[in-house]
Design a binder for this molecule. Structure first.
Ligand code: NOJ
Ligand code: CA
Length: 529
């Protein structure tokens, strides 16, 4: 019988931040033709799908997450013809292409917003969220913008405030308006008709607000110096029950096509994230699971988190794991260089679709950006700790100028200083490198269904060890990860077998029984007899 799993269930997703992957025309900014020129690398790496952060027309206030035309490519990234080549070259290699849909807000340059703000009775007025000042002239409510400051900006021309959950240049759409829904769904269809394989949906949980716009309650745990957005609990500005209706409608657009993937970006506790699967599979295929990038790197805690996640999944829901993205510190910085290979092994052996962030396969780290080179608005407005520039630096391809990312022109963000030895060219020729490990992991995962579609059972372990078994038909693998920097051991009970793959690359073939010794920061995969 053919494997009933879909491509996005057994496959691996690779996220590309397009400004930072490969520049093809020497302007210092990555582009679509650059990505096309690196598809062979992605094929070699063994990923199945690429997700590209927004490449649509944009004034780039939030580097593409402020879209001014959902149906065109921004000239910085190239042309529609470049896009068509990228899509067909991706498909030619048997890879899938996932785009990024930003439904919560448009750019303030979008034609809809220009119309909406032009007068109080414009037919598109209600496409955005406009409110009168309070009677005392104050803001409509106390909501905060994610990037600092209030979520309301006054428009003197029409005497009302508009809502923006992010920058003032990113006005929120009014998703309670059926015209907005249909227009945005048609924007999705435009790309799905072209043959795009799926979308990652930006802040999926925020697109509907409470109908009455009540004040958000204060967060009693917030302290001076912490991110200002956390001062309030966003009880009324996100995760409203009605958002599920929108997600369901969005999903039905995907279901008009064959095998398309709907991913949701949702930062919420596990029990609330899993609601976005919908009921009876009518929600997102993959509501992103960010537990590995938000939870402390502690084996016992992660083990409980996995169990909690597995238990919370509704019937038929397919799990997924994310290790990094363009909004969060890089994994190698967060858990340390020594643990990065262990994290790689976790990502590629846990049950569910893995999403890997460009450069993490090289162990790329956050790059310190000097104050005069900061470009990310929250980094500039709130402070460098809130900024995302450090994790968006250029991909490190080789030891030539600018790491092979761009020619002689200065790249839009500085290249990491370590690029002369941390780059694709060097690491791909070093069998003990993290890149070779990623490569071996994707190979093994592809060869062994137990690691992609197999079941998950946790194995009791102590201290810094995280252990579990993946099983499919007769084949079983034990994964043992030492998430600490001291040696550790795992009692094996009845389990025995041969080591298939280790992070240190010199124990393959070793027979283990009784107990498994783990070196500091070592991860091991054992094929159980
Ligand atoms: C989440 C995106 O990942 C982030 O980069 C962006 O700034 C916000 N949503 C606003 O679109
Ligand atoms: Ca370019």
């Amino acid at each position: 019988m053919a494997d009933p799993h879909l491509w996005w269930q057994s496959g691996i997703v690779y996220q590309i931040y397009p400004r930072s992957f490969q520049d093809s025309n020497g302007d210092g900014i990555g582009d679509l033709a650059g990505i096309t020129s690196r598809l062979d690398y992605l094929e070699w790496l063994g990923v199945d799908a690429i997700w590209i952060s927004p490449c649509f027309k944009s004034p780039m206030k939030d580097f593409g997450y402020d879209v001014s035309d959902y149906r065109d490519i921004d000239p910085i990234f190239g042309t529609m013809a470049d896009f068509d080549v990228l899509l067909s070259e991706t498909h030619k290699r048997g890879l899938k292409l996932i785009l990024d849909f930003v439904p919560n807000h448009t750019s303030d340059h979008h034609a809809w917003f220009l119309e909406s703000r032009s007068s109080g009775d414009n037919p598109r007025r209600d496409w955005y969220i406009w409110k009168d000042p309070r009677r005392d002239g104050g803001l409509p409510n106390n909501w905060l913008a994610n990037f600092g400051g209030n979520a309301w900006t006054f428009d003197a021309h029409t005497g009302q405030y508009y809502l923006h959950s992010f920058l003032a240049e990113q006005p929120d759409l009014n998703w309670r308006n059926p015209e907005v829904q249909q227009a945005m769904f048609d924007n999705l269809r435009f790309w799905l008709n072209k043959g795009v394989d799926g979308f990652r949906v930006d802040v999926m949980n925020a697109i509907i607000k409470h109908a009455d716009f009540p004040d958000n309650p204060p967060n009693p745990l917030w302290k001076e110096g912490q991110h200002p957005f956390r001062r309030l609990i966003p009880d009324y500005s996100q995760d409203q029950p009605e958002v599920q209706d929108i997600v369901r409608m969005m999903r039905s657009v995907f279901d008009e096509y064959k095998d398309r993937l709907l991913i949701g970006e949702i930062y919420l506790p596990i029990e609330r994230v899993v609601r976005y699967y919908g009921t009876n599979g009518d929600g997102a295929h993959l509501p992103f699971n960010f537990q590995l990038l938000t939870k402390p790197w502690d084996a016992q805690l992660i083990s409980r988190t996995i169990d909690r996640y597995e238990a919370a999944l509704p019937p038929g829901a397919w799990p997924n794991w994310v290790l990094g993205n363009h909004d969060r510190p890089r994994i190698a910085t967060r858990v340390g260089r020594a643990q990065a290979p262990v994290a790689a092994m976790a990502l590629l052996t846990l049950r569910g679709t893995p999403t890997l962030y460009y450069g993490d396969e090289l162990g790329m780290e956050d790059v310190h950006i000097p104050p005069d080179k900061l470009v990310d608005p929250p980094g500039i407005e709130i402070g460098p700790e809130a900024g995302r520039d450090p994790e968006r630096t250029p991909m490190q391809w080789d030891a030539t100028t600018n790491a092979g990312f761009t020619g002689s022109r200065e790249p839009w963000l500085p290249v990491a200083e370590n690029y002369a030895h941390v780059n694709v060219e060097i690491l791909s020729h070093d069998p003990s490198s993290i890149l070779s490990l990623y490569r071996r992991l994707t190979d093994l995962r592809r060869a062994e269904p137990a690691l992609s579609i197999g079941s998950y059972t946790s194995v009791p372990a102590e201290g810094a060890v995280l252990a579990y078994v993946r099983k499919h038909k007769d084949s079983r693998f034990l994964v043992a990860l030492n998430m600490g920097s001291s040696s550790a051991e795992l009692p094996l009970g009845e389990m025995k077998g041969n080591i298939t793959l280790t992070t240190f690359h010199f124990r393959e073939g070793e027979h283990v029984a009784g107990r498994l010794d783990l070196r500091p920061d070592e991860g091991v995969i054992v094929r159980l007899a």
